[in-house]
Design a protein around this ligand. Structure first.
Ligand code: SF4
Length: 476
């Protein structure tokens, strides 16, 4: 599939295909949505009404219809439809989050992505690597405050490979069984496969045996080759990114899906990205959630190539259409780290039902001048004021919160339960409709979620505690 799939809607202007041919700025997407009145009474009003009716009727819309909504639907219509879809997938008035920490063990990388402010070339004097003790100290600190996950990603290091990760994961899993290793990314796994010269299936087997619990969605950027060739020409291509996630799902692990937009892509290419994800999810059911954010260009090697941060309106429009189009991915995660708490709160009415991680530490987008980490109490306050009840979850979106009945109410609570969840074809189950004798009904859920936050809090991170510059993306 490519942009030509939407001939009537593709902007009538040349698209940059090769960065070498465009030594200055690649053409950013200059599209602007029409005014609400035009959407209701203009040339597209009839088609928009038809698409909206299809969404309201619970029908799957196609890529061309999604593009029509994205380009010509007014923001309030997109919000209304996204909220409707959110309630179909997640009927309870609950917004989840996970107490976690991002740890970036090393920053050396051979891949040189132009949008990345985190990495250093392997022979540069700016490289650094945490010792095993430093990493375990950070995990211990996360466990001590009730954390349930560490998200770890590094650069594409020339010599730190899968055996190093297996040892680390095994040690964390044995010392801190309550912490899930939500680690690596599809491009890192692809890098291991290339450098180690052995099949991905073997690498996955070893990592899983060590205790690996789930795969973050990092490195997706835009799953469109034209865009990847401009912003990350040496990184894993679209088909491989999807293939790695497929193999991970088939090996029994869940993963998340992401998108970084607002650089050189067009609106049809955003929809193409969604379509590739939906297609894979139809086959495997392995994605737990989707999150998107706009490129954070400050301080990146190719900062001059990228437009300044995109508008909040575009973020809501993109996230809302994602909720409508990705009808087979249960959860949508807002990105408060890049958008800020206020925009994250608004996004809860544009399809999002999850706040992502509390990120005791984050090292990626803060290298690009974006630093919106928040305390647990602030996150809960914003969720409540947005009209929802906050609950903590685990990596597989099972509820892990004493306000929801403690251990007995968690489901799925392990990677095996999560895999079963996907593989049976019976899930994903809406939170309030999950079957089983220990599931609670929505009324009980509302009652318990009315309580204050559990006795756990995370202080606003001290900038000085953050590693150094940063690694990959903000993907959960
Ligand atoms: S985004 Fe990841 S792969 Fe690309 S340069 Fe940064 S660390 Fe390396």
């Amino acid at each position: 599939m490519n942009s030509r799939a939407f001939p009537a809607l593709v902007p009538d202007r040349p698209l940059p295909a090769d960065p070498a041919l465009h030594p200055t700025a690649p053409t950013p997407d200059t599209w602007r949505p029409g005014a609400a009145t035009a959407a209701r009474a203009g040339a597209h009003a009839t088609d928009l009404a038809r698409v909206a009716d299809r969404v309201r009727a619970g029908e799957r819309i196609d890529a061309e219809e999604a593009l029509l909504l994205h380009e010509h639907g007014d923001l309030l219509l997109i919000g209304e439809l996204a909220d409707l879809c959110r309630r179909r997938h997640n009927p309870a008035d609950v917004v989840t989050y996970i107490v976690d920490r991002n740890i970036n063990p090393y920053n050396a990388c051979v891949t040189d992505c132009g949008f990345c402010a985190f990495y250093a070339k392997p022979k540069s004097d700016k490289t650094w690597a945490l010792s095993r003790e430093e990493i375990l100290d950070k995990v211990a600190e996360t466990a001590s405050i009730g954390g349930r996950q560490v998200l770890m990603q590094g650069g594409h290091h020339p010599t730190i490979l899968s055996d190093w990760w297996c040892e680390l994961i095994a040690e964390i899993s044995s010392k801190y069984p309550g912490i899930n290793c939500h680690v690596l990314s599809a491009p890192e796994l692809d890098h291991f496969e290339t450098v180690e010269r052995r099949p991905l299936s073997e690498i996955l087997r070893d990592l899983i045996a060590a205790g690996w619990g789930s795969l973050p969605g990092g490195g997706a950027e835009m799953l469109v080759e034209r865009v990847r060739k401009i912003i990350a020409p040496r990184k894993t291509n679209t088909d491989k990114w999807l293939d790695v996630h497929r193999e991970v799902h088939e090996a029994g692990l869940r993963s998340s899906a992401t998108m970084m937009f607002g650089n050189v892509e067009t609106a049809p290419e955003r929809i193409e990205h969604f379509a590739r994800l939906r297609e894979l999810q139809d086959r495997t059911g392995g994605f737990t959630a989707f999150a998107c954010w706009n490129t954070q260009p400050e301080g990146t090697p190719e900062e001059h190539l990228f437009p300044t941060r995109t508008s909040p309106s575009l973020y809501l429009r993109t996230q809302g259409v994602a909720r409508i189009f990705l009808d087979n991915i249960q959860h949508m995660q807002t990105s408060y780290v890049t958008q800020g708490l206020k925009m994250a709160q608004i996004s809860l009415r544009y399809g999002c039902d999850d706040f992502g991680g509390t990120m005791l530490e984050e090292n990626v987008v803060s290298a690009a001048g974006c630093f919106n980490l928040e305390t647990v109490s602030d996150i809960e306050r914003v969720i409540r004021r947005g009209g929802y009840k906050p609950l903590q979850r685990n990596s597989w979106y099972g509820i892990a919160d004493e306000r929801y009945g403690g251990d007995a109410a968690r489901f799925p609570s392990t990677r095996e339960e999560a895999a079963f969840h996907a593989a049976t074809g019976k899930g994903p189950y809406p939170l309030a409709a999950a079957p089983g004798p220990d599931r609670r009904n929505p009324t009980e859920l509302e009652l318990v979620a009315d309580r204050e936050a559990p006795s756990i809090d995370v202080q606003t991170p001290d900038r000085n505690k953050v590693n150094q510059p940063r690694t990959e993306e903000v993907a959960q």
